[in-house]
Design a protein. Structure first.
Length: 234
């Protein structure tokens, strides 16, 4: 039973399971990958995006957005909003499932990891320097360049498309991710943050809802900007 909504849901779940999984590998106490560093995280996220796209297409979503920012950008470019709400809901729910799977994957490690901030970082993003204007701007710019780049190399449905998208996310992470952790995807941050809030994670702290709007608003604004730029050059 394949469908576009199922593809977005399952693909996003895989994206988050693998993406936040590498963050957990690097940050959680006792992990064999502990202290693996930023390069490992950006590489892991790049591969996670590639695998998420393959899974999403297999389960029925050839568009494989996996990201409300991409869905919104496509809607702005085309003027067709008919699939937007369904895609976004499926993506957020898939992201929450992915975050839950990360919790289960590293179940013994939460209790021995003392730093509550590191635990939250395995689910959602946080800024290096907390400044709402700068944080929104960083997410806006990173998302806008990602949307513009994505719109510059055509369809991801065949050939090397999923790998190219993975390289794009890797590039964004390496070059632009240091300011805010490069959410560039509202579902990527919001879904796992909800999971963090709900799950009985050993020794967890706050889910930092005061910051949660930034990785939602910034990428949406960046998506609209990127789409407008692409429309302007057509």
């Amino acid at each position: 039973m394949n469908s576009a909504l199922l593809g977005e849901f399952v693909g996003t779940a895989v994206l988050i399971f693998l993406g936040n999984g590498v963050v957990a590998t690097v940050l959680l106490k006792g992990s064999k990958g502990e202290n693996g560093g930023w390069i490992a995280i950006t590489e892991g996220w790049a591969f996670a995006v590639t695998m998420g796209i393959f899974v999403s297409t297999k389960f029925g979503s050839p568009a494989a957005h996996l990201n409300p920012a991409v869905t919104i950008a496509e809607a702005v470019k085309s003027g067709d909003w008919s699939n937007a709400l369904g895609f976004i809901v499926a993506q957020i729910l898939g992201a929450a499932l992915g975050g839950t799977l990360v919790w289960l994957q590293y179940l013994p490690h939460w209790a021995i990891t003392e730093d509550k901030g590191l635990k939250l970082a395995c689910f959602s993003t946080a800024p290096a320097i907390r400044n709402p204007f700068s944080n929104v701007l960083a997410e806006l710019l990173a998302t806008a360049i990602a949307i513009i780049a994505l719109g510059s190399f055509g369809s991801i449905e065949t050939g090397l498309g999923p790998f190219v998208v993975g390289i794009l996310v890797w590039s964004v992470g390496l070059s632009l991710g240091g300011a805010t952790g490069y959410a560039i995807n509202p579902a990527r941050d919001l879904g796992p943050r909800i999971a963090h809030f709900i799950l009985p994670i050993a020794g967890k702290g706050t889910s930092d809802w005061s910051y949660a709007w930034v990785p939602v608003v910034g990428p949406i604004l960046g998506a609209v900007l990127g789409a407008l730029v692409l429309n302007a050059i057509q």
